[in-house]
Write a protein that binds this ligand. Structure first.
Ligand code: ADP
Length: 452
């Protein structure tokens, strides 16, 4: 009917900003390419938003990696110690998760690293490894300026950690000293990586075409193998062979200089204003799991206030509360495939929407699809930029993170858009990477020993 048409047309005016043309994504690619060059060049690096940090990881696994390694994964409330046994294609992993109590997360650096060392000591004892010389690969998912493969200075704590006396220090040295203090294990830290690099290393072990790693989880970041000649920030006195290094792009910060404003919506601006880091991580805020649910919530809230959605909603409804609409809801809602809207209804019940119609469910799902598609397309534009730069016939991209794993359409949407955006003839594959923080860290350690 005419009345219904009008309603849908009205809704459209509130969400059309999420529908972007192919030309818009091509513009994103051109800007990103430029910003990547700025990050890589010595003269422009300091001012660049995308830091393009060289990681000191110079080689991918070639399948010949062998031996027994410890890996450590620190990046949230739990941390894991892993024993990784590599033997050609066979990889055996045993791991144990330990808790980091709140008082340690907010205590001193010494307490934190002593606690970690104690856990490693226990793990080594339990596995009867006390007399083994064990190289260790450390996945440390906090922002660091790396100065060597096993030398990384913490830039700042995030994710609820605030241990005194660690910012600016070399975290490998702090851990090595704690190990000496607290244990009699012969453990040597040989490599520190972030989760994107771990993801790439883990997948590259079984796939020679894999040279790009992508994280779509709490944050969004990518890394790739770059020719040393293109890395102006690489120190000249370093050994130049092999002539390549993995670059940690830290591309979540793309757009911090305003260059993406042409595609941001009023909802993006509002989310940014109320975030703990306004003006920062602009690309990440349009893509990652930490923010997607909140963008959906802002749109649903707006449509509700405009009288276009939900006839009656309680003031107390979580729809009006910041941070109360989780990204996992978006996955659940988009998993509905029929007119029963089973998942959507469950989510609406959970956030206490009092009464809703099937039409409301349809609108909610529609909003989710627009926002997740924009996220997937933007991530795709980022990947297409990298694929075009590397210009290889066949490229595998290793991907990890809950958003990619659990969203029902993310993979397909990304493939679709990348195909549209890469140079004709370039083939690519997105592949889910397993256990980047364990296997990937151990492989990085193994590769570094091979190249010593
Ligand atoms: P991290 O990136 O912190 O290592 P994850 O890869 O698990 O860990 O990502 C966590 C993020 O993924 C959170 O922001 C959360 O909102 C989001 N997330 C969790 N479950 C889902 C899901 N089913 N669908 C989409 N996003 C999810």
């Amino acid at each position: 009917t005419t009345e219904q048409l009008t309603k849908y047309e009205k809704i459209e005016t509130f969400v059309k900003g999420f529908k972007l043309s192919g030309a818009a994504y091509k513009r994103v690619m051109a800007l990103l390419h430029q910003e990547m060059n700025n990050g890589l060049r010595k003269q422009s690096h300091t001012m660049a938003d995308i830091k393009m940090f060289p990681t000191f990881v110079r080689s991918l696994p070639d399948g010949s990696e062998k031996g027994e390694f410890l890996a450590l994964d620190l990046g949230g409330t739990n941390f894991r110690v892993l024993l990784v046994r590599l033997q050609a294609v066979d990889i055996d992993i045993q791991s144990k998760t330990y808790l980091i109590p709140q008082r340690i997360m907010l205590g001193t650096g010494t307490q934190l690293f002593d606690h970690i060392a104690d856990c490693i000591g226990k793990f080594v004892n339990e596995h009867n490894l006390t007399n083994h010389c064990l190289p260790l690969g450390f996945t440390f998912s906090f922002p660091c300026q790396q100065e060597g493969l096993a030398k990384a200075r913490l830039s700042k704590w995030t994710k609820g950690f605030r241990c005194e006396g660690v910012v600016g220090e070399d975290i490998c040295q702090l851990l090595q000293e704690a190990l000496k203090r607290r244990t009699n294990c012969k453990v040597e830290i040989v490599a520190v990586v972030n989760d994107a690099v771990g993801t790439l290393m883990s997948a590259a072990h079984g796939d020679r075409n894999c040279e790009i790693g992508l994280i779509l989880g709490t944050g969004c970041n990518a890394c790739y193998m770059e020719y040393l000649d293109n890395v102006g920030t690489w120190r000249n006195d370093e050994d130049h062979h092999p002539k390549q290094v993995i670059i940690n792009t830290e591309w979540g910060a793309f757009g911090d200089n305003g260059c993406l404003d042409f595609m941001r919506t009023e909802y993006d601006t509002e989310l940014d204003t109320f975030s703990i880091n306004p003006g920062k991580q602009i690309m990440e805020k349009m893509i990652s799991g930490m923010y997607m649910g909140e963008i959906v919530r802002l749109v649903l809230e707006r449509l509700t206030r405009e009288g276009l959605l939900f006839r009656s909603v309680d003031r107390e409804c979580a729809l009006f509360e910041r941070g109360r609409f989780y990204t996992k809801y978006v996955s659940e809602i988009e998993s509905d495939t029929d007119e029963f809207f089973r998942n959507t209804k469950q989510v609406l019940d959970e956030i206490h929407v009092e009464s809703y119609t099937t039409e409301d469910c349809k609108i909610v799902k529609y909003v989710c699809t627009l926002i997740s598609a924009r996220a997937a397309f933007l991530a795709a534009a980022g990947l297409a930029t990298l694929i075009n730069r590397l210009n290889k016939q066949d490229m595998t991209i290793a991907v990890d993170g809950s958003l990619y794993r659990f969203h029902p359409r993310f993979h397909n949407l990304m493939c679709l858009k990348i195909k549209e955006l890469v140079k004709p003839g370039l083939k690519f594959k997105l592949s889910l990477s397993h256990d980047g923080s364990g296997k990937g860290a151990a492989l990085t350690a193994a590769v570094s020993l091979r190249l010593r």
